[in-house]
Each structure stands twice: as structure tokens, then as C-alpha cells.
Write a protein that binds this ligand. Structure first.
Ligand code: HEM
Length: 612
């Protein structure tokens, strides 16, 4: 009697056949295309890097953390300690060194792909003049595009130019100044949260509700427009009681132990939420296990989804996790739509009152409330602010606090510098949120007031150099082109001149390794050591081709000025209040890994000791 296969058996059989067939085909195609690429490479004038299989398996190893790797830094205070890792970023470096070349090619299913740390190439490819000839590569995971849609981050050509022109304005120096009180309020809230934890730990028997009373103490200090006076969106079920985050432990009477990355993420997310749409996401108040209420945690999920290996094969492959993704996107969308409606109502009533079309612009959202911007583009741009505006900054801050906690002498210098600075009028104004904008406008150098807090800035730059949160910038060539490379040879022979030329076909993916540029020994003395003092004599930080944490040219990060000011305030506040040390006993060794951004692989536990 014939056996009838159940549907299930058939599916399994079908699936296995397809997989085996697909795998064999893939190997054949990969081999053929590698062969093809070898011929193309001769045209490039570039050494051939690792095969795709080698490169991809390295990526998988890093993703699943199958290799054990650590930095060589410990709590040791030596400035000369080398900060070297064996993670994906450093593997990219490894090939630059092994091949003795600042660029090499890799075949990706026959698609030409170049890794480079050549500053001449990166400057050219990123320059404003070439903005339409070198475009952003498509989102291979299909996750980012669902979140950011056709926003400034994802669009090209005239559409991008339009978004950029309206979004540049709220991020101008003058407007960033208006954001300072919101940043200060939110940091104060975090510091109070730490203090409350400390107090609660010290007074175990005391069951009063300190937390609720103190969280908003400092909000009263600021009457600036940017604050959340008309914050209709804030829901009232405040989670202030949830201060018992699991990772908080007291070590002794005067210190608490925290996962600094988790708190930096909550802090920067709450700041950008208030600034973008006037919504307080209250991440600082939510407990670490509260994934539903802590939206910053759900962004973390999105960032991990972006690099899941399976998503590399097909951006629109339906996956089980899509359900969670869509649920989250819908939730965000309804919050943003609520904010849009409430701002439109405010603008209507203001128009009626003032009989003109200008209303107070408090939030980033307001710049997008223009008849020419479709609702879905507003949502895409706000999602972009929320994502780009918190994750990179949180990573930067985590790296800074980790480095300061492991370089105590630098932390002490920074503290002394801040104390000195505090005495000066300029910084008193900044820290107390007493900037008088009108007064400032009359001054000739209106930006100078907060343009620099010398030593803090050196620490920020040095960390951005060592651990650039955006370690790789990708571009696709639209046309065939010839690139000049910075061949270091001094000879002027024709041969050498030709060696400087790299001809690239259209559709070449050019991956600029920011991490590689920042750690190139030809460009930086002792590139792997943390030495903020090196910035003392460096001028024109923003115009250097060897330092591009925010990219360069036309698509340079729109939030650059904001992130520096934000970091300046957060570092100053935290270092003035607490002495930081790395919790060597309870932390895993510090390790970075690359998803869309460069991020710490494991929680970074620090002890925060209250300063007298
Ligand atoms: C330490 C913090 C930050 C770093 C290191 C950083 C880095 C970068 C880099 C390298 C790019 C260029 C990407 C590319 O061209 O492929 C970029 C673009 C962008 N960044 Fe940032 N960013 C930071 C903070 C922010 C913040 C706070 C915001 C907004 C609130 C922001 C919004 C954007 C946007 C909208 C773009 C796209 C600009 C365009 O395409 O015209 N970034 N960022």
C-alpha cells in the first residue's frame, strides 16, 4: 500500500532539498565570482582581501561570540596601555596590516567591495561634490528602512536635500543652545536617581518614599521654553517607584554599582524623546526588566535584529520577530501621531491668538510640520532622531566613562579642571541653566560660551577616536570612477603614479573604516593608547580627514553639535558628583562589537562613589 506523506514530511523534504541545492549553488557561484573578481582586482590595483566565506565566517564568529577576545586594558592607570581587541573591527585592521595596504577588495557575491582606511579616498567619496555619485548602500536587513522609512537618513537626491534643508535649522548652534536646559534637567534626574539609590541602600530600614520626592527637584530651576510645559503627551502613570533596578547594588556606604551602558541609553533616550516630540519616555524611572515600558530596550531589540545573519540573505524574508517589530513600530507611530496632533492644536490656538503664522517652535518635530512633508515622512524622521539620537551618544558616553574609570589619573585631572572651571562665570551659567539667550545673541561670539570646555572636549575627541560609535561608513558608486589613493611612496616614477589610481566599476560598495583611520599608526602617534592630552595642540578638529567620527562632507551627522554639547554636560555633571571605578570583579572584561554602531558587548559595571 502506498504511504501518503503528511504535509509536514513534504515540507521538511522540500526545505532540505532546497537548502542543500541552494548551498551548493552558492559555493559554485562564490567560487566563480571570486575568480571574476580576481580579474577585476587587477584593474583596481588593489590587493585581494579575504574570501567572502572567510570574511562572513569571521562576522558569524563575532556575532555569536565564539571567539574569546578582550581588550588589554585593566583597571591599571597607565596611559600607555594598549586598547586592542580581536573583534570584527580589529579584524578589518588586521587585513590592512597583513596586506600592507590601506585598501583591499573583497568579493560579495560578485559585487565589488572595497575596504579602505585611505583618507584621500574617504575625503573624495564623502565630499559634498560627490553626493549624488556615491550614495548610501541599501538597508540590507530591511529593518532600518521600516523604522526610518524615507527620512533624511535613508533618502537620496532631491528628497534628501529637502529633508536636510529643514532639519539643519533646528540643529543649528543657536537652537542647540535652547536644548541645554532639557539636557541638564534629565541629567539631574539621573543623578538624583543615583543619590536616592545610594540613600536607600544606606538606610535600609527607612521605608520612606525618597525617590518620588526628589526625582524632579531640579526641574523647577528652569523656565526655558524648551521644557515640557505643554507636554500633553506625558502619561501620568509615573514609574518613579521603580527605582529598584536589579543591577544596582551598594558596595559600601557611599557607593553604588551600576551598568553604565544601560543608564547612558536610558538617559540619552529620555533626552531625545523630550527634544523631538516633547514626550517623556521615563526610561530612567523604569526598571531594567521592564521591557514593555522601557522603549529604549525595544530599540535595542531593533538594533540587534538589523545584524541578525538570517536578515542578510533577504531583507523582506518574513521572520517570527517581525511581529514584535511591527508591534513596536505601531506603538511608536501612535505616540508620534499624538504629538503631531497636539502640536498642530497648539499652533492653531497660537495662530488665532497672535493672528500670525509663527508659533513657538519647541521641539524638533515642529520643524517638520510643514505642508510639504507627508505624515509618513514626519514619522520616519522622528524615528530617525529617536534612534540616531540616543544609541550613538549612549555608546560614546559608555566608552568615555569606561576609559575614565580605568585611567584614574585622567579622571582626576578632569575633575580638577572642572572644579577650576566651575568658578568661572561662563560655566556657572551653563551648569545652572541660566543662559540668557537674548543677551547672548548680542555678543559677537555668541557660540563661544559653550563652544568648548577644554579638557572635557579632549576626552570626548580621544574617545571618539578610539571607539567611534559609527565605525564604518558605506557608499555605493553610481558610475565607473577613478580614485586617487594616498600611496606613501616618495618616488615620482610613472609606475608609482599609476599605482595611486584605483579604477572602480559602478555599483562598487566602498566601506570606509573610520576605526581603521583613527587607529592608523601613520596618522596617529601611539594610536592605541588613551591620551586626551594629544588634542592640546590639534586645531580645527572639524576639518581633519584623519578624524571623522561624524563622517564629513554633505552628509555629515546633522546631530554633531548637539551630541558634543550633550556629552559635555553629562560628563561634567557626573564627574563632579561621582568618582568612577571599573568593577573588575563583577564585570566581564570590556569588549566592543559592531552592529549598526560600535557598542559594548557586555554590561559595563562601574562603582559610583559620591564625592564630598
Ligand atoms: C556620538 C554621537 C553620534 C555619532 C558618532 C554620529 C555619527 C554619524 C555618522 C558617522 C553619520 C553619517 C552616516 C553616513 O553618512 O553613512 C551620521 C548621520 C546622521 N546622524 Fe549622527 N551621530 C551621532 C549623534 C547623532 C544625534 C544625536 C542625532 C540626532 C538627534 C544624529 C542624527 C543623524 C542623522 C539624521 C544623520 C543622517 C544625516 C544625513 O544623511 O544627511 N546623530 N551620524
Amino acid at each position: 500500500m502506498d504511504t501518503i506523506k503528511s504535509d509536514n514530511e513534504f515540507d521538511v523534504f522540500y526545505f532540505l532539498t532546497c537548502s542543500i541545492f541552494g548551498f551548493i549553488l552558492w559555493i559554485i557561484v562564490e567560487k566563480l565570482l571570486n575568480y571574476n573578481n580576481r580579474n577585476k582586482n587587477n584593474k583596481y590595483n588593489l590587493p585581494k582581501g579575504p574570501s567572502f566565506i572567510k570574511w562572513f565566517s569571521n562576522y558569524l564568529f563575532n556575532f555569536y561570540d565564539l571567539k574569546s577576545s578582550t581588550t588589554t586594558t585593566t583597571t591599571n592607570d597607565s596611559n600607555n596601555k594598549e586598547l586592542i581587541e580581536d573583534t570584527s573591527e580589529n579584524t578589518v585592521l588586521k587585513w590592512f596590516n597583513e596586506l600592507n595596504s590601506d585598501s583591499y577588495s573583497v568579493s560579495f557575491f560578485g559585487r565589488p567591495m572595497i575596504f579602505t582606511r585611505d583618507t584621500m579616498i574617504s575625503k573624495y567619496v564623502l565630499s559634498s561634490n560627490n553626493i549624488d555619485s556615491y550614495t548610501k548602500p541599501p538597508d540590507s536587513s530591511g529593518v532600518l528602512i521600516r523604522l526610518a522609512q524615507n527620512s533624511i537618513l535613508m533618502s537620496e537626491g532631491d528628497q534628501w536635500r529637502y529633508h536636510r534643508s529643514i532639519i539643519n535649522q533646528p540643529f543649528s548652534s543657536k537652537n542647540v543652545k535652547l536644548m541645554i536646559p532639557t539636557i541638564i534637567n534629565t541629567v539631574n534626574k539621573l543623578i538624583n536617581h543615583f543619590n536616592n539609590n545610594n540613600n536607600n541602600n544606606n538606610n535600609n530600614n527607612n521605608n520612606n518614599n525618597n525617590n518620588n520626592n526628589n526625582n524632579n527637584n531640579n526641574n523647577n530651576n528652569n523656565n526655558n521654553n524648551n521644557n515640557n510645559n505643554n507636554n500633553n503627551n506625558n502619561n501620568n502613570n509615573n514609574n518613579n517607584n521603580n527605582n529598584n533596578n536589579n543591577n544596582n547594588n551598594n558596595n559600601n556606604n557611599n557607593s553604588i554599582r551600576i551598568d553604565i551602558h544601560s543608564y547612558c541609553t536610558k538617559l540619552t533616550f529620555d533626552i531625545i524623546g523630550k527634544l523631538s516630540i516633547g514626550y517623556d519616555f521615563q526610561s530612567i524611572d523604569s526598571s531594567d526588566n521592564d521591557e514593555n515600558n522601557d522603549i529604549s530596550k525595544q530599540f535595542d531589540f531593533i538594533l540587534n535584529e538589523m545584524i541578525r545573519p538570517i536578515r542578510r540573505f533577504s531583507s523582506y524574508l518574513p521572520l517570527y520577530n517581525d511581529m514584535k517589530l511591527f508591534k513596536f513600530l505601531n506603538k511608536l507611530e501612535s505616540i508620534i501621531k499624538g504629538a503631531i496632533n497636539s502640536r498642530l492644536l497648539t499652533s492653531d490656538s497660537n495662530n488665532k491668538k497672535n493672528n500670525n503664522n509663527i508659533y513657538q517652535k519647541n521641539y524638533l518635530l515642529d520643524s517638520l510640520l510643514d505642508d510639504n512633508v507627508k505624515e509618513k515622512d514626519i514619522i520616519g524622521n522622528i524615528n530617525t532622531f529617536l534612534l540616531a539620537g540616543h544609541e550613538t551618544s549612549a555608546n560614546l558616553l559608555t566608552f568615555i566613562f569606561y576609559l575614565l574609570s580605568t585611567h584614574k589619573n585622567i579622571q582626576n585631572d578632569l575633575y580638577n579642571h572642572l572644579i577650576d572651571n566651575q568658578k568661572k562665570k561662563m560655566n556657572n551659567k551653563l551648569f545652572n541653566g541660566e543662559l540668557n539667550i537674548e543677551e547672548e545673541e548680542e555678543e559677537e561670539n555668541e557660540e563661544e560660551d559653550y563652544q568648548s570646555i577644554e579638557f572635557v572636549d579632549w576626552v570626548i575627541y580621544e574617545t571618539l577616536r578610539l571607539f567611534p560609535p559609527a565605525p564604518m561608513i558605506g557608499r555605493t558608486s553610481i558610475n565607473d570612477d577613478i580614485l586617487n589613493s594616498s600611496n606613501n611612496s616618495n618616488s615620482n616614477s610613472d609606475d608609482n603614479k599609476n599605482n595611486n589610481k584605483i579604477s572602480i566599476p559602478s555599483e562598487t560598495l566602498i566601506l570606509i573604516s573610520v576605526y581603521g583611520i583613527h587607529r592608523d599608526p601613520k596618522l596617529w602617534k601611539d594610536p592605541n593608547s588613551f591620551n586626551p592630552y594629544r588634542w592640546k595642540d590639534i586645531e580645527n578638529v572639524n576639518n581633519r580627514s584623519d578624524f571623522i567620527p561624524f563622517s564629513s562632507g554633505g552628509r555629515v551627522c546633522v546631530g554633531q553639535k548637539f551630541s558634543i554639547v550633550e556629552a559635555r554636560i553629562i560628563i561634567s555633571k557626573l564627574i563632579l558628583n561621582f568618582e568612577l571605578s571599573f568593577d573588575n570583579l563583577r564585570s566581564q572584561p570590556f569588549k566592543i562589537y559592531q552592529r549598526a554602531t560600535l557598542t559594548p558587548k557586555y554590561p559595563v559595571f562601574l562603582n559610583l562613589k559620591k564625592r564630598d
